[in-house]
Design a protein around this ligand. Structure first.
Ligand SMILES: C[S@@+](CC[C@H](N)C(=O)[O-])C[C@H]1O[C@@H](n2cnc3c(N)ncnc32)[C@H](O)[C@@H]1O
Length: 531
């Protein structure tokens, strides 16, 4: 069918290259429409609905790796249901901002009108705080939020009212946004059965209706708003600015999850969410993000998604017993291992135990070797994971040697890419990076780093390919370690020099659309240093 010009309805000869969604008879009408409206509507995606994903985003044209898919402005930002003390003006954690002497004063700066803690007088009139301040000030209620130097991680539950209140106040300040938020997914029915919603029913509801006097909002509406926030908010982290809060974004609320996503996101200085394609996304493909951690096995990821976002993931990784060949959830078959031990040769040692049905929380686990009958019940597998998790958590987090010992201890029984092994290996890279600061020319340290990064990069490429954050961090550590070896007098092979050059080249490309990978310089090296 011939396309018609979006302005005059004459036969069209060209399409908008940005979205491929509208056509024009020529450049004049394209320019005219751009100025009049299209610049606000031109998008690389559209929102569609399916039975499995609900509403989600689909690419309306091919999107290149590294391209920014969209920038999204938040509708509401603020503390999580229970949060460490945070400034209601600028969202920064209050504790690290205070000098020791001030902490001993036992109080934070309090807003002169509503009494809630802020950084200082300069945050009293920040737009985010203005509307709520009037409502909070009128109540006479003052939260008892104080510094606890001995327990800086202590969370205050009084914060559970702030973001819901900010959403309710949109009804006055931005009614079209308020109406849009009411249409977001909530999973309220499922959430009402949880203990958290029991607590919200007895804390949040009377606070808003009785203390704040906002009686026009029924219990159902208030719990619905909470459930919308729990389903759609993103954790907004900017460690260098001491910001760790939650935020609701209109496009973010339409974005579906995949355990092998094709985008990543970061937050800009104005707390906007920027979505970047980590791989080439073909026209018609679902645009996905990951709501969870890549270094968890399928059972743990799916449980986390069910608990936080109320759905059962059925992506390619979740439905593959080997998790795309990585065996992140798997372990070595004890029976085949014994056989191997007795015969001291043969293929026994290479048999892995995998779930019979990865998409079931109650699946038994079975040896992949058809000749072996080894099985493990779901309870036994869960206990195995809990034990490993507890062991990992108990390690001294400052000491690389204890992580190395963990790896040696579990090498005979776990896959080299088992979730707990991966977590230990990744922790080791962080510790070795810290050591580099103290001992810059420790070549044994750098050699080990290179080995770990090469290994983890293979996993990262399978689970979060392309420009994903996990892979980017590893590329950076690999490049720095190879540079470190050279600086320490080691002669790199031709292959290693090429490996180092291509890592830096790729990091430069990633940095073009991801400012969290900042350009800098290593002393004595002319290459840009993402940090
Ligand atoms: C941020 S919202 C995304 C928009 C939502 N689909 C809608 O229609 O409003 C998150 C919710 O989308 C659904 N969802 C997202 N990714 C999914 C997936 N991979 N499989 C099934 N449901 C998914 C779940 O209901 C989840 O709680």
């Amino acid at each position: 069918m011939t396309s018609l010009c979006g302005v005059c309805r004459a036969p069209a000869t060209q399409r908008c290259s940005g979205c491929q969604q509208v056509a024009y008879c020529g450049r004049d009408h394209q320019r005219q429409d751009w100025k009049a409206q299209h610049r606000h509507q031109c998008r690389r995606f559209k929102v569609v609905r399916s039975d499995r994903l609900g509403r989600h985003l689909v690419a309306t044209r091919s999107i290149r790796q590294g391209e920014i898919v969209y920038r999204d402005t938040p509708y509401a930002v603020g503390p999580k249901i229970a949060n460490v003390p945070v400034c209601l003006g600028c969202n920064r954690n209050l504790v690290p901002l205070l000098a020791k002497a001030a902490l001993q004063a036992q109080r934070f700066y309090e807003c002169s009108r509503c009494g809630w803690p802020l950084c200082g007088v300069e945050c009293e009139d920040v737009e985010q705080h203005r509307a709520e301040c009037g409502v909070l000030a009128g109540t006479g209620y003052r939260p008892n939020i104080r510094p606890h130097p001995a327990d800086p991680e202590r969370r205050e539950s009084a914060y559970c009212v702030i973001v819901p209140l900010r959403v309710l106040l949109l009804e006055r300040t931005a009614p079209e946004r308020y109406a849009e938020v009411q249409g977001f997914e909530s999973h309220l029915e499922q959430r009402l059965a949880s203990p958290l919603y029991g607590v919200l029913r007895s804390n949040l509801v009377p606070f808003v209706r009785t203390v704040l006097g906002l009686r026009q909002y029924s219990e159902d509406t208030l719990l619905q708003v909470s459930a919308i926030l729990d389903t759609n908010c993103y954790e907004l982290r900017q460690p260098e600015r001491h910001v760790k809060v939650r935020a609701l974004y209109p496009l973010g609320a339409m974005l579906s999850h995949d355990c092998r996503p094709n985008t990543k996101h970061y937050f800009d200085d104005r707390l906007g969410m920027v979505l970047v394609a980590t791989v080439d996304i073909p026209e018609g493909a679902v645009i996905s993000v990951s709501y969870t951690q890549p270094l968890l096995g399928t059972l743990q990821r799916r449980l986390a998604l069910r608990q936080a976002k109320c759905f059962d993931c059925a992506c390619d990784r979740c439905t593959d017993p080997t998790e795309l060949g990585t065996h992140v959830g798997g372990f070595r078959c004890p029976s085949c291992r014994q056989l191997h031990h007795h015969q001291s040769k043969g293929t026994g040692s290479a048999s892995w135990v995998v779930p019979c049905d990865p998409a079931s929380y109650r699946s038994p686990w079975r040896c992949q070797n058809r000749k072996c009958s080894y099985q493990e019940r779901p309870e036994e597998y869960a206990t195995r994971c809990e034990r490993l998790q507890a062991e990992l958590l108990a390690l001294d987090r400052t000491e690389p040697a204890v992580y190395e010992a963990f790896l040696v201890r579990h090498e005979p029984t776990l896959h080299g890419w088992n979730a707990y092994v991966l977590q230990a290996k990744y922790a080791l890279t962080q510790l070795l990076a810290g050591r580099r600061e103290q001992a810059p020319s420790d070549t044994a340290n750098e050699r080990r780093m290179v080995e770990l990064c090469r290994d983890l990069l293979v996993v990262a490429e399978r689970l979060e390919p392309g420009y994903g954050h996990f892979r980017t961090k590893l590329l950076l550590e690999l490049a720095k370690a190879l540079d470190g070896l050279r600086a320490g007098g080691v002669v790199l092979s031709e292959q290693e020099q090429q490996e180092c050059r291509s890592a830096w080249d790729e990091l430069e490309r990633i940095a073009k659309t991801d400012p969290t990978v900042k350009a800098g310089r290593i002393a004595g090296d002319s290459r840009p240093l993402p940090s």
